[in-house]
Design a protein around this ligand. Structure first.
Ligand SMILES: Nc1ncnc2c1ncn2[C@@H]1O[C@H](COP(=O)(O)OP(=O)(O)OP(=O)(O)O)[C@@H](O)[C@H]1O
Length: 276
C-alpha cells in the first residue's frame, strides 16, 4: 500500500482490496481482493450464490461495501457513483441485455461512446465538430467489425438471435473505449460454437486495444479458454486464485464445485490438456 492513504495499489486498471458486502446479517462478500489490469482477461467464478454478482456490483458502484476499497487506475472510487466510474474508464455489460429495440444495431453501438461521456458535458455532442462526428462514426464501424456484426448494422436488436444481441452489447461496450470492461455472464444464452467465437473476440479486443476485462461467468469452457487469471469465490470468501491450469488442478476449487459445475470444470481441464 502507498504512503499516501487515499492512493491505491499501482494497478493499470481496476483493483479491489479487502471488500466486504453485507445484506443485513448475510455477508455476501467477505474480504475480496482482486486486480483487473489492462492487457489481461481476469475471471471471477464460483458456485451459485458465491458472491460474484455482488463483487461485480461493488466494482461498478451499484452496491457500497461496508469495508474495503475499490480503485481505478490508483484512484479511490469506493464512494463514487456508477456514472463517475464510467467516466473514469469502467464500462460494463449486463446479464439481462439492455439494448434499445427501437434503434438499429448501429445506433445502439454508437450509444456506447455517448454513454461513456454521460454527464460530462451534455452540450458537447450537440455541438460536436465534423471531426468528432467522423471519429464517432469510425469508432462505431470498427466496433461493429471487431464483433463481426457489420452486416447486421441496419437491423433492430429485437430481430436478432441471443448470440447476435450479445455481440451488439459487446460492440457497444467496445465503442465506449473503456480501458476496463466488466462483463456479466456474457455467454448466457449462447450455444457452444457462439461461446467459442465470443471468447476469440474478447482475446482480440484485449490484444488489439490493450483493454482489461473482468468477466463473471458460469461457462467453464469460456473461462478456462479465455481468462489469463482467475479468482474463485465460495460462500462469499475468496478460496483460490491462479492461472486456468492452476484453477482446474486445484482440489479446493473442485471441492467447492462438487455437485454443481464440477463436470464443467473437469471438461475444461480436458480442454486445457489439449490447449497447453
Ligand atoms: N440485494 C440483496 N439482498 C439480500 N441478499 C442478497 C442480495 N443480493 C445478493 N444477495 C445474497 O448474497 C449472496 C451472494 O449473491 P450473488 O448474487 O452475489 O452470488 P452469485 O455468485 O452471483 O450467484 P449466481 O451465480 O447464482 O448469480 C447470496 O446468498 C444472495 O442470496
Amino acid at each position: 500500500m502507498n504512503a499516501r492513504s487515499n492512493e491505491g495499489p499501482p494497478v493499470d486498471g481496476l483493483a479491489v482490496e479487502g471488500v466486504v458486502v453485507r445484506f443485513g446479517g448475510l455477508v455476501a462478500v467477505d474480504g475480496q481482493t482482486l486486480q483487473a489490469p489492462r492487457g489481461r482477461i481476469t475471471g471471477l467464478i464460483g458456485p451459485n450464490g458465491a458472491g460474484k454478482t455482488t463483487t461485480f456490483n461493488a466494482c461498478t458502484g451499484l452496491v457500497r461495501p461496508s469495508e474495503g476499497k475499490v480503485y481505478l487506475f490508483g484512484e479511490d472510487v469506493t464512494q463514487a457513483p456508477p456514472q463517475a466510474r464510467a467516466r473514469k474508464g469502467l464500462g460494463r455489460t449486463f446479464q439481462r441485455m439492455e439494448l434499445f429495440d427501437t434503434l438499429t444495431v448501429r445506433e445502439n453501438v454508437k450509444l456506447g461512446r455517448e454513454a461513456a461521456m454521460a454527464g460530462k458535458n451534455p452540450l458537447k455532442h450537440i455541438r460536436a465538430t465534423a471531426s468528432q462526428t467522423n471519429r464517432l462514426r469510425k469508432l462505431t464501424e470498427s466496433s461493429l467489425e471487431m464483433c463481426g456484426i457489420g452486416h447486421l448494422a441496419g437491423r433492430r436488436p429485437a430481430d436478432l438471435s441471443t448470440g447476435q444481441r450479445r455481440l451488439v452489447e459487446l460492440a457497444r461496450c467496445i465503442a465506449g473505449e473503456f480501458p476496463i470492461m466488466l462483463l456479466d455472464e456474457p455467454s448466457s444464452g449462447l450455444d457452444g460454437k457462439e461461446t467459442e467465437a465470443f471468447g476469440k473476440i474478447l482475446r482480440d479486443v484485449v490484444a488489439e486495444r490493450n483493454v482489461g476485462i473482468l468477466i463473471v461467468e458460469h461457462d467453464m469452457a469460456l473461462v478456462m479458454s479465455t481468462c489469463n487469471y482467475i479468482h474463485v469465490l465460495d460462500f462469499g470468501k475468496p478460496i483460490f486464485e491462479g492461472t486456468p491450469a492452476e484453477v482446474a488442478a486445484s482440489p479446493v476449487v473442485r471441492a467447492a464445485y462438487l455437485g454443481s459445475e464440477a463436470e464443467g470444470l473437469a471438461s475444461a481441464d480436458d480442454d486445457l490438456v489439449t490447449l497447453h
